[in-house]
Design a protein. Structure first.
Length: 302
C-alpha cells in the first residue's frame, strides 16, 4: 500500500506549485509588457519618420545650401545669387540621410525606410523587411509587423502612397526630369494612391533576462519574499507543529500514559479546528481514565 505524504510535505508542495505558477504568470506578464512597451516606442519612431517624409513630400523637395560631409547625394542643383548653390533632396534622400545620421547617434532605436521596389541599393530590404512588405501587400488592414530577432525587437509600419507621391512614383511621363535623370524611367513607377510603397523599419534592443533580474532585485521584491517566508513559518507553527504535538500526545495516551497533558483553548472560546480536535482527544482521554477507574473498582470486588 502506498504511504501517504505528510502534511508539511503537502504544504511545501502546494507552496512550491504556487511559486511556480506565480513565476510563470510573471514571465507571461513580462513578455507581454516587454512587447507592448517596445511596440509603442517603435510606433512613435515610425510616426515621426512618416510625418517627416510626408512633410518633405508636401513641400516637393528640401533645399540645402551645404551638404553634410559623407552625405553628398542630391537630386537637383540650383545656382544661388551669391555664386553658391542649393541642393535639392527628395523625400527618399532626405529620409535616408536622416536615418543614417540618427542611427549613428542613436542609443536605442534605429530606423530606415525601405521597399521591395527600391531605387537605391542602400534601401534594399533585409529578410524581415521583405517579409513585412509582402504581408502588408497581402493584407491591407495590417497595421504593423513585429518579431524578436537575436537581441533586437523588429517593427515595421507600411508607408502608403499619397497623392503628392505620384509626382515621382506615378506615371514616368509626369516625373521631374531630375528624377528620370538620376533613377531612369523604369524603377518605382506606376503606383496608385493607397498602395504600399514600402515600410518604416524600426529596430530596438530587446530587454533580456539580465535586465529583468536587475529590475527584480529591489526592496519591494525582498519584502515580498520575506512576507512569503513569514507566512510559511506562521503556517508551520500554527498548524503543522500543533498537529505533530497532538499526534505524539495521542500516541502516548494510547500507550497508557493517561497523565499526558493536552494544552489548547476551550472550543467555547475558539473557532480553531485544531482546538476542537485537541478537545475531542482530551474527552477521549477522560473517558479512558474513567473506564480504567471502573475496571480497577471491579477488580477490587473480585
Amino acid at each position: 500500500m502506498r504511504r501517504k505524504v505528510s502534511i508539511p510535505l503537502k504544504f511545501l508542495g502546494v507552496f512550491a506549485l504556487t511559486m511556480l505558477l506565480t513565476a510563470g504568470a510573471f514571465v507571461t506578464t513580462f513578455s507581454s509588457l516587454r512587447t507592448y512597451t517596445a511596440r509603442h516606442e517603435a510606433g512613435a519612431v515610425a510616426d515621426q519618420v512618416i510625418a517627416f517624409r510626408s512633410w518633405v513630400s508636401q513641400t516637393g523637395m528640401v533645399w540645402v545650401q551645404k551638404l553634410v560631409p559623407g552625405y553628398h547625394e542630391f537630386l537637383s542643383r540650383e545656382n544661388a545669387a551669391d555664386g553658391g548653390a542649393f541642393y535639392g533632396k527628395n523625400p527618399a534622400l532626405a529620409t535616408r540621410e536622416l536615418s543614417m545620421i540618427a542611427n549613428k547617434e542613436a542609443t536605442r532605436a534605429t530606423f530606415r525606410v525601405t521597399s521591395d521596389d527600391y531605387r537605391h541599393e542602400d534601401n534594399a530590404p533585409d529578410e524581415f523587411e521583405n517579409s513585412a512588405i509582402k504581408a502588408f501587400k497581402a493584407d491591407k488592414s495590417l497595421e504593423f509587423v513585429e518579431r524578436y530577432e537575436g537581441g533586437s525587437y523588429r517593427y515595421a509600419r507600411p508607408v502608403l502612397v499619397q497623392q503628392e507621391c505620384l509626382k515621382c512614383h506615378g506615371d514616368p511621363a509626369d516625373a521631374p526630369a531630375a528624377v528620370i535623370a538620376k533613377y531612369g524611367a523604369e524603377k518605382a513607377f506606376g503606383y496608385k494612391v493607397g498602395e504600399v510603397r514600402g515600410i518604416v523599419s524600426v529596430s530596438l534592443p530587446a530587454v533580456g533576462a539580465r535586465e529583468v533580474i536587475r529590475s527584480l532585485v529591489n526592496p519591494w521584491t525582498i519584502i515580498f519574499v520575506l512576507v512569503i517566508i513569514a507566512i510559511n513559518l506562521l503556517f508551520i507553527h500554527s498548524v503543522v507543529i500543533r498537529l505533530v504535538r497532538l499526534t505524539r500526545s495521542a500516541e502516548a495516551i494510547a500507550a497508557g500514559k493517561l497523565e499526558t497533558e493536552l494544552v489548547y483553548t476551550n472550543p467555547s472560546e475558539s473557532n480553531d479546528e485544531l482546538d476542537h480536535l485537541y478537545h475531542a482527544t482530551n474527552l477521549l482521554k477522560r473517558s479512558l481514565v474513567i473506564l480504567f477507574k471502573r475496571l480497577d473498582q471491579l477488580k477490587k470486588y473480585d
